[in-house]
Design a protein around this ligand. Sequence first.
Ligand code: GLY
Length: 372
Amino acid sequence: MNVLIIGGGVIGLAAARELRLAGAGRVTVLEKGQAGREASWAAAGMLAPDAETETVDAMYRLCRGSNELYPEFAASLFDETGIEIELDRTGTICVALSDEDLEHLGGRMGAQKTAGINAELLSSNDIAGLEPSLSRDVVGGVLYPDNGQVENRKLVAALLEFARRNSIEVHENSTADELVIWNAKAVGVSVKGKSLEADAVVIAAGAWQSELLDKANVRCPPVTPVKGQVIAYERVSSLRHVVYGAGGYLVPRRDGRLLVGATVEDAGFNTDVTVDGVLSLRNSAERLLPGLAGREPDDKWAGLRPFVAGGEPVIGAVPGVSGLFVAAGHYRNGILLAPVTARLIADAVLKGSAPEIGRPFLPASGKEATAS
Ligand code: GLY
C-alpha cells in the first residue's frame, strides 16, 4: 500500500512511522514548509490529560490513552533513532492563588477522583516543599502525578530521524495543490502540476487542513487557526514540575529553559509576537515565580493550534471518498495525541478498522464529512 501524508507535523510524521511499522509499502510525507516547524515546534509539550479535564468523557479517554502510550513511544523512538525525547513524568501541579481558586480546584479534583483520575490535594506547605521557588501567594493546589511533558522539538527530530532511517520520504517546501478524487476514490494529489499517485491519502495539515479538502469539495468540519504565544527564559533551574496557574502554565525543560504559555487568540494565520501577548505571559510567570520579576524573556514565538468546533479532533476514514483519511483539529492536544492518532490512522488505512477509543472522533460520528 502506497500512502501519501499531507502535513509534516508530529501528527503526520507519527502516522508515517506507525504506517511504516505496521507494514505499509511506500510512505511519503508532503510538507508545505519545513517539517515540524509549525504548531509542533511552537508547542510547550505538555502531557496533561488529567490536569486539563473537567469530566471523564470520550475525549478524556483518548487523551489518557495516548498519555499511556508515551513511555513505550519514547523508548521505541530512542531505540530507533538514538534521540531522547525527554519524556518527563514528574507530575503536573495546578496551583491556586486565592481561596476561591482553591475551592474550584478542590471541587474539580473531587469529581475527578470519583471518576478514577489520579490526583492529590496539596496544601501551601506541601507546594512550598515540592517547589520552593513558587510564590508564597500560592494557597494550595492539586498534583496530577501521571501528567508531565515531552520536549516536542526533540520529538520532531526523532520522528524525522525515524523517517530518514526507514525510507519514509519527507518532501519539504512541497505544497499539495489539489487532491485528486476519481470515481469517489482519492488517488493522489498534484504538486506544481505534477501528480503523485497513492492508494491512500491522509490529510494531517494542522491549521491548513481545510484548504485542500475545500478545494476538492470534500466537506469535513472546518479547521481554523487559534494563535498561541509562548515566551521562554534561559537558566531557570528552580522548578521541577509543570505548573498551571491562573493565566498560564510554566514548563521547565531539562536544559534549564522555562517555557511560559500560552495566549489563546483568534488572529487568523497571523503569528506575530505582540507586546500585549508577551506582557500577559510575563505577568502570569512573575506572579507564580517571583524570581522572574523584571527579567526579559530570552525567546518568544507563536504558533497556530488547529481548532474544530467543540475542540475535539477528527480522525479516520472520510465517508464517501474511499482511500481518504483525516487527522485534524488536535487543537491544544497535538503533542499528547500524536501516538494514539498515529495508531488510529494506521488501523484505518491498513485494516479499515476503527478501535473503540477512536470511534467518537470518526468523521462520520456526528461530525459530518461527505464528498459532494
Ligand atoms: N497545550 C497547551 C496549549 O495549547 O496552550
